[in-house]
Unconditional design. Structure first.
Length: 156
């Protein structure tokens, strides 16, 4: 059987290892699904997602010159990967300000309402916060070291 890369086939799980699962597409033709290609979520134990003898749909990723067939279960399934929801803060910042004003009852001051934050903007926001806290810590550390250098313990 000639396998076409990118095509979806149905096969039977014949073996499970800690790094993946072997799927028999037809008698004598077996490919491997790496653990990272089993599901759209993090897979710690492959046995939580697959069992031997289970029939699965797989997509052919590559067919090597040595005959090794690389398969994917998650790319054969139609559902998209789950999206991570990034937390948005409501205290200003660089995270993509939209139009509209909003009144914050706790702080009793109007704030800009934010547009949904993209993953890139959320990462930039986290990076800026980390840099700011790191700079503050380094400043505090320098002050302590300078004070130690300036006022040595006086022994008489």
């Amino acid at each position: 059987m000639q396998l076409d890369v990118g095509k979806i086939y149905e096969g039977k799980v014949t073996g499970i290892t800690k790094f993946g699962a072997f799927v028999e597409l037809e008698p004598g033709t077996t490919g491997m699904v790496h653990i990272s290609e089993v599901a759209n979520t993090f897979v710690n134990e492959i046995k939580d997602h697959l069992t031997e003898g289970q029939t699965v749909k797989v997509k052919v990723l590559t067919v090597g010159e040595d005959g090794k067939i690389s398969l994917s279960i998650k790319k054969a399934v139609d559902n998209p990967p789950p999206r991570k929801d990034f937390k948005r803060n409501n205290n200003g910042g660089n995270g993509g300000n939209g139009g509209g004003r909003r009144f914050d009852k706790e702080n009793a001051k109007p704030q800009q309402e934010k547009a949904p934050m993209t993953p890139e903007a959320a990462f930039e926001d986290m990076l800026n916060k980390f840099k700011q806290s790191s700079d503050e810590r380094m400043g505090d550390l320098k002050k302590v070291l300078d004070n130690k250098r300036r006022s040595p313990s006086r022994r008489k």
